[in-house]
Design a protein around this ligand. Structure first.
Ligand SMILES: Nc1ncnc2c1ncn2[C@@H]1O[C@H](COP(=O)(O)OP(=O)(O)OP(=O)(O)O)[C@@H](O)[C@H]1O
Ligand SMILES: [Mg+2]
Length: 336
């Protein structure tokens, strides 16, 4: 499947899931229905073509199957995965699948995080995170072609594709960086197109719970809070801020933690919102740990880490970057 065909196919996949708009006349509805059926038929044929190269155990719905086959065929070719066993989580932006690895990984299971086609199209305020970040290509190297950079700036459909790819590449590159720096993150194995293969954090087939679903004893809560702070500091030492850190993006297994979900990672230098985003991360972490009996001062913890790494605290925030839906942001607004 070439790039153009793939794009077409993604459009169809998006439409097939999202074409719920109300139409005026009955005739328009019928026309839309028939062209939808036509697209579905074409998509199904294509899925069949790919499935000759790669089959898996998980019984997916028809569109999901086509999407999985297309996303994972290359990873299977390269022995990162041998089989898809089941869907662990389905999200708005990405879904996580439990897979059996191929010969390239020595473990019982791996996780494949697969982004929905152009999922980030709906991402609110992604510009805020991208300030000061160089966009990356599918190999994780900085984009150098002016045409690509211009396409992103102009938001052409090709540009959106490049931007989407850059977002995924950031997640993978960050996991590689942090893993090498000794942070508690799943081991990243491979990235191809819209999928990342990484260590599966779980007990046998059972995925580890998110920290927010776990009640900790007092001593363990204190120990894990310190561990999260330690990880946040490792991130800072690597010039990275998580950007969406909370007990929802920390997994808990055997008394330890793993930080996950890095596409929105922020660079402290060159992003005027960096301090605020960093403080928001720490506030959310403290929100959880306070419910577990840990006395923590989010501002002080964040400020100590931040200044110890040589950064200045810049309190001024452009109101454009505040999210009224977010209690932590509202708190910050009240403080102003
Ligand atoms: N390596 C992993 N091992 C086990 N489970 C994982 C792993 N990575 C992610 N998960 C599970 O999949 C869920 C979604 O992953 P992640 O947070 O990276 O994606 P997301 O796009 O932010 O999805 P969501 O919007 O649901 O948070 C996580 O909340 C976690 O439960
Ligand atoms: Mg998440």
């Amino acid at each position: 499947m070439n790039g153009k065909q793939l794009q077409e196919y993604f459009d169809q996949l998006d439409d097939a899931h999202g074409d719920e708009s109300v139409s005026s006349g009955k005739r328009t509805v019928r026309k839309r229905e028939s062209s939808r059926k036509e697209r579905e038929a074409r998509l199904f044929i294509r899925a069949q073509e790919v499935s000759r190269e790669f089959r898996f155990t998980y019984k997916a719905a028809r569109f999901e199957e086509a999407w999985l086959l297309d996303s994972l065929a290359q990873l299977a070719d390269h022995q990162w995965i041998a089989d898809v066993l089941r869907k662990v989580k389905g999200g708005k932006e990405a879904s996580l699948y439990l897979c059996k690895p191929g010969g390239a990984v020595k473990s019982d299971y791996v996780a494949a995080k697969i982004y929905r086609p152009r999922a980030l199209r709906n991402l609110k305020r992604d510009a805020e995170y991208r300030v000061g970040r160089v966009d990356l290509d599918a190999d994780g190297t900085a984009l150098w072609k002016e045409a690509d950079k211009n396409a992103i700036a102009k938001r052409t459909s090709y540009g959106e594709e490049v931007r989407h790819q850059s977002w995924i590449a950031y997640e993978f590159a960050t996991m590689e960086l942090l893993s090498a720096a000794g942070a508690d993150v799943p081991i990243p194995y491979a990235m191809e197109k819209n999928a990342i293969v990484m260590e599966f954090i779980g007990d046998g087939l059972q995925p580890a719970p998110m920290l927010n679903a776990v009640n900790l004893g007092h001593a363990e809560a204190r120990r894990l809070f310190d561990r999260v702070v330690h990880n946040v500091d490792i991130m800072l030492s690597q010039d990275r801020i998580h950007g969406d850190l909370s007990a929802y993006n920390i997994l808990y297994l055997n008394g330890g933690i793993k930080l996950i979900d890095f596409p929105q990672v922020v660079l402290p230098q060159g992003n005027p919102s960096a301090w605020r985003i960093f403080l928001r991360d720490m506030t959310r972490v403290c929100d959880y740990f306070s419910t577990q009996g840990v006395h923590c001062d989010a501002y002080k913890t964040a400020a100590d880490l931040w200044t110890a790494r040589g950064h200045r605290i810049v309190e001024k925030v452009h109101p454009r970057f505040l999210d009224p839906e977010n209690p932590a942001d509202r708190k910050m607004w009240d403080k102003r």
